[in-house]
Design a protein around this ligand. Structure first.
Ligand code: CP
Length: 321
């Protein structure tokens, strides 16, 4: 019997129980990173297409590794190497790939809603996984971030998490706000007004209105935080916009994380960054490479969580722990 594919387009589609089930499932894959043979057979004979229309180092590599570690065939397509560059539409591209009967399509695109558009045009025979769509969402990043936080803090419920930086253009911030609020954290979003989208507290309705606070001074944002999540300025999304801050040096002086400003957070606070980092802008090299940074562990969790997401996508519900 062929199972029903399970898409992952938005964290908004998951409730806390489903999020925890994916995190628990990722926990089972985590030790595999240290094994000499990194191979399971659960997706043998299955096909995963990675359709990346925007550059990526971490997400694309980890989805490919995740698929291969589960024994799936992994095919990688980028915009420059595909017929998108000849004018083929996203929907036609998706329909043509669909005609080759993959089991899952992982998509990254600069337009918010791209994964949803593909889901609408190829459902229901293939699972669609959003690997980042414009400024909208990056659900697997939020899941791997939650897994990293759980690893270090045990429980997310009740934690104070601050997300600092270019919130306006950040799909990572949006997915993390939804995910962490569902898991019971309190979230501060911290940036100059010009990098804060209006209504960010409302993205998850009542839940996020209760749990999200906007802060416009770095020291206030960091005060007693358990988790500090730094974001880079997404200059590639500023096209045609008026400048939002004077220059990188000014932004670094007022909103950059340094050893001095990190002292406002709890002594055992962890420092996170989804990458890529702009060292010396949003985060100092001393903090990025310091003992409280878990930035490379986030990358390792990316493989384990994406294995869990792919298994869920192709095989259906995550088995109970
Ligand atoms: N965090 C993240 O999405 O990184 P990449 O753009 O390198 O995939």
């Amino acid at each position: 019997m062929r199972c029903v594919p399970r898409d992952l387009v938005s964290i908004a589609d998951l409730d806390a129980k489903e999020i925890e089930a994916i995190l628990d499932h990722g926990d089972r894959f985590w030790p595999m990173g240290d094994e000499p043979i990194k191979k399971l057979a659960s997706l043998r004979g299955r096909t995963v297409i990675n359709l990346f229309f925007e550059n990526s180092t971490r997400t694309r590599t980890s989805f490919e590794l995740a698929a291969k570690r589960l024994s799936a065939e992994a095919i990688n397509i980028t915009s420059s190497g595909s017929s998108i560059s000849k004018g083929e539409t996203l929907i036609d591209t998706a329909r043509n790939l669909m005609a080759m009967h993959p089991d899952a399509i992982v998509v990254r695109h600069k337009y918010g809603g791209a994964a949803e558009v593909i889901r609408g045009s190829v459902r229901p025979a293939v699972a669609i996984i959003n690997a980042g769509d414009g400024q909208h969402e990056h659900p697997t990043q939020a899941l791997l971030d939650a897994a990293t936080i759980r690893r270090h803090k045990g429980n997310i419920d009740g934690l104070e998490v601050v997300i600092v930086g270019d919130i306006a253009h950040s799909r990572v911030a949006r997915s993390n706000i939804l995910c962490l609020a569902k898991l019971g954290a309190r979230i501060r979003v911290c940036a100059p007004w010009t990098l804060l989208p209006r209504g960010i507290e409302d993205i998850g309705g009542e839940l996020t209105r209760e749990r999200v606070r906007v802060v416009t001074r770095l020291e206030d944002g960091l005060e007693n935080a358990d988790v500090v999540m730094m974001l880079r300025v997404q200059a590639e999304r500023f096209e045609g916009e008026a400048p939002r801050f004077p220059n990188a040096r000014e932004l670094s002086r007022t909103f950059g994380l340094s050893e001095r400003t990190l002292a406002y957070a709890k002594p055992d606070a962890i420092v996170m960054h989804p990458g890529p980092m702009n060292r010396g802008v949003e985060i100092s090299p001393q903090v990025a490479d310091g003992s409280r940074a878990v930035i490379l562990q986030q990358v390792s969790w990316g493989v384990a969580i994406r294995m869990a997401v792919l298994e869920r996508a192709v095989l259906g519900d995550v088995p109970p722990s």
